[in-house]
Design a protein around this ligand. Structure first.
Ligand code: GTP
Ligand code: ZN
Length: 311
């Protein structure tokens, strides 16, 4: 019987079949994996698995996972258990939604760009959702409009919402309908609040942003997938602070800064990293204002971390 993983705690999983039956499942020993990556978690939320019902306990719906299906895609972050180990955050997504804020707490552009690069490398389209519009003053509105223009010009979809007041939520619903969407964002940006609006009755815990640091308190602990009442699934991830840039050689990084693509081929050297090389068309584009300076700074910053960590 085929089922999809809705929740993973590491040792057991909640899986759901196409007919809506839910099982608590465990992995049956060690089985052949279809992916080629070394990860700390063999099964992730969003995985399609083969299960066999275990009816030894009549009061519970238990099952064994016997096989894991091929992944359409997956997103990973570096594991806290070792530099070269990876943790699969989620698999088989149609898109990702990065929830951001320009206030309480402010999402840095570096964080947004790191996420966009990672998603682009895995071919996952991203929607940028800016939350807490209700507390914007002139300064925040200006900052948002600046970012909206920047990311819209690159080709990303940008929304402004207030999960607290419900503004813009209909647009979010329309974009999520019938798709499997990974929801990510710093702790405290309002992911749980948005989920509660999208799925009334679920009542996820939300915690106030702590006054002294302005950072959100970490309230969500493990990734979980929810069936949306209007169709589609939402994958909620633990307050993802940093997605490690894995499996991206530094020579490829600029390909994932989508607005750099038209210039890359015009550089004098075909292995140009767009830092110090002569005849670099990307740097000229930055100087002439065709590429945003902050995006270029993000590029150079990420490039450095790749150099240090892997290549
Ligand atoms: N003013 C305002 N506050 C909001 C809005 N959305 C969420 N908040 C508040 O922001 C704080 C954090 O919200 P959560 O929904 O818990 O944030 P989260 O992203 O789920 O946080 P983690 O679970 O730690 O990842 C809470 O105090 C919410 O009430 C909004 O649209 N406007
Ligand atoms: Zn170049």
């Amino acid at each position: 019987m085929q089922a999809t993983v809705y929740k993973s705690t590491g040792s057991w999983y909640v899986v759901k079949t196409a007919t809506g039956e839910t099982f608590q499942a465990r992995m049956k020993g060690i089985f052949k994996k279809n992916d080629d990556i070394t990860s700390t978690n063999p099964i992730a939320v969003g995985d399609v698995v083969e299960i066999v019902e275990d009816d030894s306990d009549a009061n519970a719906k238990n099952a064994m996972i016997t096989e894991i299906g091929p992944r359409k895609n997956y997103i990973v972050r570096s594991s806290p258990h070792g530099k070269n180990k990876k943790h699969i955050v989620a698999a088989n997504m149609d898109q990702a939604m990065l929830v951001c804020t320009v206030k309480e707490p402010r999402t840095s552009q570096g964080f947004i760009d790191r996420f966009l690069v990672t998603a682009a490398a895995y071919h996952i389209p991203v929607i940028l959702v800016f939350n807490k519009q209700d507390i914007f003053k002139e300064k925040e509105t200006e900052k948002f409009e600046e970012l909206e223009e920047l990311y819209t010009n690159i080709g990303y979809q940008v929304l402004l919402i207030s999960a607290a007041k419900g503004n813009g939520v209909d647009e979010v619903r329309a974009l999520l309908k019938d798709k499997t969407t990974l929801m990510a964002g710093h702790s405290g940006v309002g992911k749980s609040s948005l989920i509660n609006v999208l799925m009334p009755g679920l009542d996820l815990r939300t915690k106030a942003v702590s006054g002294w640091s302005g950072k959100g308190l970490h309230t969500t602990t493990s990734a979980e997938m929810y069936g949306l009442p209007f169709g589609g699934c939402l994958i909620d991830t633990p307050g993802v602070r940093e997605f490690g840039i894995v499996d991206i050689p530094k020579a490829e990084l600029s390909h994932y800064f989508l607005e750099m693509q038209p210039y890359i081929t015009q550089c004098q050297f075909n292995n140009c990293l767009h830092i110090n090389e002569p005849g670099c068309a990307v740097k000229v584009a930055v100087e002439e204002g065709h590429i945003d300076v902050d995006r270029y700074v993000s590029y150079a910053t990420i490039l450095e971390t790749i150099e240090e960590e892997q290549y």
